[in-house]
Design a protein around this ligand. Structure first.
Ligand SMILES: Cc1ncc(COP(=O)(O)O)c(C=O)c1O
Length: 374
């Protein structure tokens, strides 16, 4: 055992103005979705991503829903999404009455393979949602070229990739719209929360209208459309602003954790595959995830359970969408995603981990993977 308490897989860190800003909200009674922190958080996030606009919302899932609604996605439409993702990516398409069309992953980055997309495009395809999985950016140029050729929108699901970069460009600023999550396990958090980024003025206006129940910004209680209450509160934005003030610190800490994992896994290359960071990418290391190789003497699920007994919390990679009941498919094959998903697990990745924690985690993985009985 590495100590008396469990090593959690994720942990938020509030080492800035979070408490002070929250108390200010309560003292001034600005606790709902009006208030200065919402605007300041949006401004700071847009500056960080290098986009004209950033729009807060209730969570990352509704960020995706709003993005699709802004493009008028509706019944009968198709949107291409990776099969290896968190279910929210596909669900947002379903909420619009449209069909998520799944594409397989590439073996190196685990992201949707640009070569698997063109075959999936039909006359019904409206756009593509790419997912920067675990914080490694998607190879965007081939996807942007396809989008141009077929006149499709590109939404970046950057829920896991705050601060990741593709060819020096921030994720969330490369496609038409970027969508972020601030759930408690994310790189920065607001408890629950989301953000939408875009350079397009018209999309910005549409998204703000849809987010605020459809109320005309120039005529109170006049609703030209059916909208949604998908707003973020000033309380959440207060935490978000404080987290943004320290985002460089949060990202540096994650990089330090990843570097330690790389260092300690170096001697286990026969057992463990570590994540890549392509030369055009800056990984944000939301979750340091590994794949077990054939030589490992335990299965992925056995390893998760053994590590749990050691006091180390881990989690399996996402089940591919085509294996889940709502999106079950048996005719199309997604061998790469299935292989990655069956061998992968995410390890504790957060700012509070010590080098001793990481050495212990890697030692235990080493020990279990070299067991003599399978
Ligand atoms: C890839 C991806 N997309 C979307 C979401 C949805 O974000 P939220 O949980 O804030 O709704 C998540 C969150 O966990 C995610 O990992």
């Amino acid at each position: 055992m590495g100590g008396t308490s469990k090593i959690p897989i994720a942990s938020p860190l509030f080492n800035g103005n979070e408490k002070r800003y929250l108390v200010d909200c309560i003292d001034t009674s600005w606790i709902s979705s009006n208030g200065k922190y919402v605007e300041e958080f949006e401004k700071k996030f847009a500056e960080f991503c290098g986009t004209k606009h950033a729009i807060t919302c209730a969570n990352g899932t509704v960020a995706l829903h709003l993005a699709l609604l802004a493009y008028g996605v509706g019944p009968g439409d198709e949107v291409i999404v990776p099969t290896l993702t968190y279910i929210a990516t596909a669900n947002a398409v379903t909420y619009c009455g449209a069909n998520p069309i799944l594409a397989d992953s590439e073996p190196e980055t685990w992201n949707m393979d640009p070569k698997r997309i063109e075959d999936k495009i039909t006359s019904k395809t409206k756009g593509i949602i790419v997912v920067h999985l675990f914080g490694h950016p998607v190879n965007m140029d081939p996807i942007l070229e396809l989008a141009k050729k077929y006149n499709l929108f590109v939404i970046e699901d950057a829920a896991e990739a705050h601060g990741a970069k593709y060819n020096h460009k921030m994720t969330g600023s490369i496609g038409n719209i970027g969508c972020f999550s601030f759930f408690g396990n994310k790189i920065i958090t607001t408890g629950e929360g989301g953000m939408i980024t875009t350079n397009d003025n018209e999309l910005n206006q549409k998204i703000r209208l849809l987010r605020g129940q459809g109320m005309d910004p120039d005529k109170r209680y006049w609703f030209p459309i059916v909208g949604y209450n998908y707003r973020m509160t000033n309380l959440q934005a207060a935490i978000g602003l404080a987290q943004m003030e320290n985002i460089a610190f949060h990202l540096t800490k994650r990089r330090e954790v990843a570097d330690l994992y790389f260092k300690y896994f170096q001697s286990l290359t026969d057992l463990i595959e570590v994540p890549v960071e392509k030369n055009w990418a800056v990984h944000s290391f939301w979750m340091f995830s590994i794949l077990l190789k054939d030589k490992a003497k335990v299965t992925r699920d056995e390893l998760i359970s053994l590590l749990d007994q050691d006091g180390i919390e881990t989690r399996p990679l996402f089940y591919p969408m085509h294996t889940l009941p709502p999106y079950k498919e048996t005719t199309n094959q997604y061998p790469v995603a299935e292989d990655i998903a069956s061998r992968g697990l995410s390890l504790p990745t957060h700012a509070l981990l010590t080098e001793e924690n990481i050495r212990f985690i890697v030692n235990q993985i080493h020990y279990h993977c070299r067991r003599t009985t399978k």
